[in-house]
Structures are given as C-alpha cells and as structure tokens.
Design a protein around this ligand. Structure first.
Ligand SMILES: Cc1cc2nc3c(=O)[nH]c(=O)nc-3n(C[C@H](O)[C@H](O)[C@H](O)COP(=O)(O)OP(=O)(O)OC[C@H]3O[C@@H](n4cnc5c(N)ncnc54)[C@H](O)[C@@H]3O)c2cc1C
Length: 458
C-alpha cells in the first residue's frame, strides 16, 4: 500500500503544471467525478486527473507509473463493466477534452477523447455530415470507437472504427504517437477493436459522409402478445435489407413509464426520404401497433431518441453474444425468459449486422465480427439496490438459456468481467494472437490493464 503522503506530494508537484483538475477524495467535485453511467460501479480512485490536453494525459501516466499505481482511463464513462474507474489508483479522465474540428473540404472530423456522440453529431450535422456512432447520445466516442462502434449508419458506412483515419495516442512511456494506415500501421490495426490496451487515445480523426439532415427512423411498438410474430417478421425482414436500412428488435417495456411489457422494432433508414418511406411501410403494416413513431426526423434527434431509456446512475448488468441465426427455438426462449424479467427497465435486444460492416475482412481490423447476423444483448437495468440480486440472476439465467444458439465471438464493448473463461480471447477469436504481439510491442508490462485486457506476448 502506498503511503498517502507520497501521492499527495506527487499530486502537489504535478499541480504546478497540470492544466486540468486533480481531485483527491476530500476535494469538492471528487464524488461527482468518480461516478460513471452504471450506478453499480462504486470505485474510489486515489486521484482523478481531469485532463485538459495531451500534456496532462502524459503527466498523469508518468505520475501513475512513478507511484506504481494502476491507471484507469475514462472517456464517456459508459462502460458497463466499470473499467473507467479504479479503486486506489489513478484515473486519466478525458471528459473535459471536448475539442471538435470538422473539415468540410476533406469530409473529416477530428475530435478529442472526451467527446460524446451527441456532441460530435451536433458539429458534423451542421454541415449535413456524420459518421457511424452510438445510438445513445451520451456514450463516449473513445471507448465506443476503440472497441467497435455499432450504430444506425453501420449498414451503409461500417462501424465507427471502420471510419477511423488516424488516432493520436499517448503510450505507457509517455510518447505521443499518430497511428494511421501510413504511420504505425500495426498499432492502427490494433486500435480498431483492441480497446484501451495500447495507450490513451487523445484524438480521433474520422471520415464523414453526407447524412440527412433528415433521415427516417423511430420505434414501432406492439403488445407483448405479438412478440413471436414480431420476431419472425424481424427475422424475415433482415434477410433483404438494403445497406441504408438498419433494423433492431427488442422485448422491452413501454416507453411511457407504465412498465407494460412490449415487443418493438427500432429502425433507421439513412437514404432519400421517399425511398425510406416505402422501406419502412411494412414495419407499420404487418400488425396494428400500439405506437408508430417512425417518420422523418433530424439524424441528431434519432441518436438521442433512446436516451431517456438509459438514465445515468441506473444500475446495469449486461451480457451479450452473437447468434448464428434467429431460430424458432431462440425466439421461443427469448419470449419465455423475458416473461420472467424482474425489472421494468430490463430488455432483450437484437442488433442486426449487414451491409458495409460485413464487407470488411475479419483480418482487416482487430474487430473480427464481420458476418451477417444478430448481436443478442441481455440488458439488465434497474434503480433499486434491493433488486440487484434478482436482476443479475435474471441476466445470467437468460444468457445461460440462450447459450445453445450462440455463435463464436462476443462484442468486447458489452462484456462484463465476471466470467470464468477468458471472454476477451473469445471476443477477438482469430485476431487475438496478433493483438497479443502488438500489445507485447507497445505495452509489454501491461500498464494499460484496466480494460478488456489483452495479455501481452513477445
Ligand atoms: C446506454 C449505453 C448505450 C450504448 N450504446 C452503444 C451503441 O449504440 N453502440 C455500441 O457499439 N456500444 C454502445 N454501448 C457500449 C459502449 O460502446 C461501451 O460502453 C464503451 O466502452 C463506451 O465508451 P465510453 O468512452 O463512454 O466509456 P468509458 O467507460 O469511459 O471507457 C470504457 C473503456 O474504454 C477505454 N477508453 C475510454 N476512453 C479511452 C481513451 N481515450 N483512450 C484509451 N482507452 C479509452 C478504457 O479501457 C475504458 O475503460 C453503450 C453503452 C451504454 C451504457
């Protein structure tokens, strides 16, 4: 255990040059700064370094190494496993680093590591441009992009990480590197899926695409009694979707707060409005819905539409896996499991992959999941601590019952960290060995280990 004096001395020395804020447990602002999206995460870092620039990040890394402490890195703070915080260690908190620059001529955006999707979309949409981003606006661009980046534009434009042009990274040695296809190409490969394993990403450069400003999207909600018909309709519809059209399905609870269980389709069509209108027509015609909220809307509105369903501070426990196919048996099991859901904020979600995201070779980026199909997510979410046991048990039971339908591979950004097997190795499949070698080159001592950790290999 480190004597607190040495941390206080080191922090005081750092404060002379640090531009951001250095927060220790007794400081005002510490309590708010240690809270992340998931209210279950209750860690108490020894120091939270709220960085304002690349030099602050390098200084936080240096201090952590000198004191022999553990470092966690916080972008948007949405990681459900709570890897953005660490007990007794140092947090490099980038959430004050909000710089964004859109280059309309080149069709690119550069953004700092503390930016959220809502913030980036706002700046890019000013010019009618966008890049694939998360479906909840408060999610950080950093963690989401480094792990993958599932979003409404991925059928047309691939994952968030497929649109990365370069990353600015501070390594464990405090070196500032630019990684792109031309510079540090192996590192750039690893950063596109390998998460926070290689350093602290301070800047991201994305390719942008013309999007909207109005696209077509929204929710179609049906009674839970229609769940089987809706999931079968979803399965049939996803066999022939154009790249522009994304479709997710969910068993959830009514968005009006009544707690009524429902079956719903969530959709986005980013093509011309007349084409989109025709494409979404079957979604509202296959059975009379309780609510039809699909229509033209600003892209920024679509990316904030689900925010209220995932409030900051709610308690979360998630498990997910890709499915080989959506068989009748998988549908029946989902319906049966959802009927036992103990929380009106819990849901089962199917995210369909097709189009551009599946036209990338498995070995082109560290992110390996390039087959057409479904990511299945058990999203345990609740507010009362007394419900924690029941909600975690339901999430685990549902996941276990769905296991017979699972394909190989899991999405690293949805991983929890309480599994006996090595879920990280399973998540990267054929790309894991190469990731281990790159980790061995850039972080051989595994300094960056508060993440979905890749074990370094020579
Ligand atoms: C409500 C909600 C909605 C979500 N929606 C989506 C979605 O639509 N699509 C999707 O793909 N995923 C989604 N996710 C999952 C999301 O991708 C992950 O939770 C991701 O880790 C969030 O990134 P963050 O920066 O907000 O997280 P943080 O918790 O800040 O960071 C997570 C981890 O990423 C790494 N990291 C973060 N910032 C940096 C950095 N600057 N440099 C190096 N490493 C860093 C660290 O290892 C850190 O522990 C969602 C999660 C939530 C809670």
């Amino acid at each position: 255990m480190l004597p607190m004096g040495s941390l206080a001395d080191a922090a005081a020395e750092l404060a002379a040059t640090f531009r951001g804020q250095l927060l220790q447990p007794a400081d005002a602002g510490y309590e708010a700064a240690r809270r992340v999206h998931n209210g279950l995460v209750d860690k108490r870092p020894a120091l939270i370094a709220r960085c304002l620039g690349v030099a602050d990040v390098a200084a936080a890394i240096d201090l952590t190494r000198r004191l022999g402490l553990e470092l966690a890195v916080r972008g948007g703070g949405h990681n459900v496993a709570g890897r953005a915080m660490v007990d007794g260690g140092v947090v490099a908190d980038l959430s004050l680093m909000k710089g964004i620059r859109v280059d309309v001529q080149r069709g690119t955006a550069w953004a700092q590591g503390g930016v959220t999707w809502g913030e980036l979309d706002r700046e890019t949409q000013l010019h009618g441009l966008a890049v694939t981003g998360g479906v909840v606006s408060s999610t950080g661009i950093a963690g989401l992009t480094l792990g993958g980046g599932i979003g409404w534009l991925m059928g047309k434009h691939g994952l968030a990480l497929d649109n990365l042009l370069s990353v600015e990274l501070v390594t464990a040695e405090g070196q500032v590197l630019q990684a792109s296809r031309q510079q540090e190409p192996e590192l750039f490969w690893a950063l596109r899926g390998g998460g926070g394993n290689f350093g602290v990403a301070t800047g991201f450069e994305y390719a942008l695409h013309p999007v909207g400003p109005a696209i077509t999207g929204g929710l179609v909600v049906h009674p839970i009694s229609c769940a089987r018909t809706l999931l079968e309709f979803f399965r049939d519809s996803t066999r022939q979707l154009p790249d522009e059209h994304m479709l997710f399905a969910t068993l959830a609870h009514a968005p009006d707060g009544s707690g009524m269980p429902v079956a719903a389709l969530v959709t986005c069509h980013c093509g011309p409005l007349e084409e989109a209108e025709k494409a979404v027509l079957p979604l509202r015609q296959f059975a009379p819905p309780l609510l039809d909220a699909v229509g033209p809307m600003p892209y920024t509105q679509l990316n904030g539409m689900l925010d209220a369903g995932y409030p900051k501070g709610a308690l979360n426990y998630w498990k997910s896996n890709f499915l080989t196919e959506l068989s009748d048996a998988a549908i029946a099991t989902m319906i049966d499991c959802f009927a036992r859901c103990p929380t009106p904020m819990g849901q089962l979600l199917l995210e369909h992959f097709h189009g551009a995201v599946t036209r990338v070779d498995v070995s082109d980026t560290a992110f390996p999941h390039r087959s057409e199909g479904y990511n299945f997510l058990v999203l345990g979410q609740w507010t009362q601590p007394a419900d924690t046991g029941a909600c975690i048990a339901w999430t685990r039971e549902t996941y276990a019952r769905m296991r017979p339908f699972f394909a190989a591979g899991r999405y690293v950004n949805y991983l929890d960290d309480d599994e006996a097997d090595d879920p990280v190795a399973a998540a990267y499949g054929p790309n894991y060995r190469r990731l281990q070698q790159i980790k061995g080159r850039y972080d051989p001592a595994n300094f960056f280990r508060m993440n979905q950790n890749i074990r370094p290999q020579p």
